[in-house]
Write a protein that binds this ligand. Structure first.
Ligand SMILES: C[S@@+](CC[C@H](N)C(=O)[O-])C[C@H]1O[C@@H](n2cnc3c(N)ncnc32)[C@H](O)[C@@H]1O
Length: 282
């Protein structure tokens, strides 16, 4: 079937966008109807269905609906990311980590946990691992760093676990970093080294689901960058409350540079380190 000719009616668009919103918190405004149409057409073709209404019914009533919901989430999420994304913010991240370590004084924290919430294909948690190795490599410190990367899309998590990259996503990684933390494969790709991989675990977490979030324990720092832009106010609020609950007292939250908690939540204290705003759980 030529799926590019499929037409998504307003009525079915509403049913699909409401379903997607309920499952994931991702909000497709009317302006994004075309985007949804494009992203879902391929699934209709793969399943050999005739139109969007059939696809909606498949998602709702098919015995295979749970499998298809995973495919739906793979198809509708925007997974753009890269290594060392927003370096000024990551410099603040390193300063915050130093502060957390220093402020622990003699009661040295032995285990620092960092959560890359919505980690996409893994560049963010691996960047964190590299920054830790570059800045806190002394084993004498006795501190164990643990990085958790989670996402709602299985497809990106599979790719994150492989840890093989090429091209544009590595544009901010210097030759020195590539040489130190990656192994070049026979296909001229870069595979993240085990010393970074072994610091990181991955899991499927829907950020709007408090019970799923809770399973991962509590963290010193959460990076939730470039994800709440896809949510409406209600899902943003839910996500921020869930993150707040999973931060240790005194822990920090980093959002993407275009995101803020203004008019979303007053749970956190806005603290500024340099030009980068960040949020603290007091
Ligand atoms: C643009 S990427 C951001 C990746 C990375 N944090 C960064 O800033 O480079 C957004 C990610 O959010 C994920 N996402 C969307 N809705 C989600 C939800 N409800 N729970 C968890 N992850 C979600 C998407 O699958 C996608 O991989």
């Amino acid at each position: 079937m030529e799926y590019s000719n499929l037409n998504l009616s307003d009525d079915v668009f509403k049913k699909l966008k409401d379903m997607i919103y309920e499952i994931s918190g991702i909000f497709f405004s009317d302006q994004k109807k075309y985007l949804l149409e494009t992203r879902l057409s391929k699934r209709i073709s793969v399943l050999n269905l005739s139109n969007f209404e059939d696809y909606y019914n498949y998602l709702k009533y098919s015995p295979l609906k749970n499998t298809e919901i995973k495919e739906l989430l793979n198809s509708i999420t925007t997974n753009e990311t890269s290594f060392f994304r927003d370096m000024p913010q990551l410099e603040v991240f390193v300063d915050v980590l130093k502060q957390i370590i220093q402020s622990s004084g003699n009661n040295a924290i032995k285990n620092i946990r960092i959560w890359s919430a919505a980690c996409s294909t893994g560049e963010e948690p691996y960047t964190v691992g590299i920054l830790i190795k570059e800045n806190f490599s002394s084993p004498a410190s006795g501190i164990k760093f643990e990085i958790v990367g989670t996402d709602i899309s299985e497809k990106v998590l599979e790719s994150a676990k492989k840890g093989i990259y090429n091209g544009y996503t590595l544009r901010n990684a210097s030759q020195a970093i590539l040489g130190k933390y990656f192994v070049k494969t026979d296909d001229d790709e870069y595979k993240i080294k085990d010393e970074i991989k072994n610091m990181t675990t991955f899991g499927n977490v829907n950020l709007i689901d408090g019970n799923e979030v809770k399973k991962y324990g509590s963290f010193d720092i959460v990076l939730c960058r470039n994800v709440i832009i896809y949510f409406d106010a209600e899902s943003k609020k839910k996500t921020i409350e869930n993150i707040y609950e999973s931060l240790k007292p005194g822990g920090y939250l980093f959002l993407g540079h275009s995101e803020s908690l203004h008019s979303i939540s007053s749970l956190f204290k806005l603290v500024g380190l340099g030009k980068t705003p960040l949020y603290k759980k007091e």
